[in-house]
Design a protein around this ligand. Sequence first.
Ligand code: PLP
Length: 397
Amino acid sequence: MASDDARLSDWAKNISPSPTLAVDSKAKALKAEGKDVCGFGAGEPDFDTPNFIKQACEEALRAGQTKYCPAPGLLALRKALVEKYERDNAMSGIDFSQVVVSPGGKYSCYLAILATCGPGDEVIIPAPYWVSYPEMVKLAGATPKTIFAGDDQGFKMTPDQLRNAITPATKLVILNSPSNPTGAIYTPSEIEALVEVVIEKDILLMSDEIYEYLLYDGAKHLSPASISKEAADRTITVAGFSKTFSMTGWRLGTLVAPPAIAKAVASIQSQTSSNATTFAQFGALAALENPDAAKAAIDSMLAVFDKRRIKLLDGLNAIDGITCQRAQGAFYLFPNIKGLGMDSTSFASKLLEEKLVAVVPGIGFGADDYMRLSYATSDEVIDKGLERLTDFCANLG
Ligand SMILES: *Cc1c(COP(=O)(O)O)cnc(C)c1O
């Protein structure tokens, strides 16, 4: 009889599990043993979903919205998303048929890649990157090509780097602004310069805008698809409700794409998952139909995040051997730990074992000189975690 391993497909043999979830589960296991863990690993807001969103979902559930709905999403939600993209993102001329609601933004990303990339195609991914992009590209049978953009360039790929990485096999480039893991934001003019290259070379762009509303220091978000018709014709915009409204467990992602791509995405989804949970979509609809309540919820979350961001940033920069950029988006900081003379995996595991502080090693994001800390955690955890981290680093040498 063949061994279990031998029965796996080449796809399965090649895929690695998400390292961010791995750290989180190790920290949770220690916590469950009663250990006092300071967790900076979380990839989700630590707030509850706003009440008005939960209520709309509850009402839908009670009203019997418990059946399948159209695979690409509730018609009302797709139409509300068109309005949102026109109102908040300055996109124009979108038809609701170009909008697909999926079970999570992660799945929206995967569908966008599957619908456009296959064997022989190359996908350009700026590093530090979100852990799942290269794996999704490999699952589609295509080849990830990473470009490194370190803290010396604000973690941002330059137009020249992009142009030089493009080959005749390049199909797609992935942008994620604000970024997970770095929190970096491309300014509107930086986005415009990259989009110019995309148009000039006639490749596709997947713009992952899941953190579009989580901005600090007055930073501005620009959706590439809003720049021009040429830009919109080449851009797949992915976003969702998880990060904006603390709805990670609801599993609701969104995608806007040129008509043929949106249609292919909807077809793949109809054959693989069908619709995102029907009654959950009514909660998302409430979020879009009540922009004032939505804005109040986002603003109160942002005010808290912003204070923690500065506290953590200052604390990290006060530690010898650590330097940290002032990230202006999402809820992550991505300090450079090269000065400590350890690779990120050894650093993170030693830190967790000795000081019960959970961070995510940078290597999973393609950047071994760094670690990711999420400040979607309490002030107490940040204070205590910084104390322990300072202590740990002081005793390293
Ligand atoms: C969280 C996240 C997503 C999607 O999250 P879902 O929970 O699947 O909606 C997509 N891209 C990035 C970069 C993320 O951090």
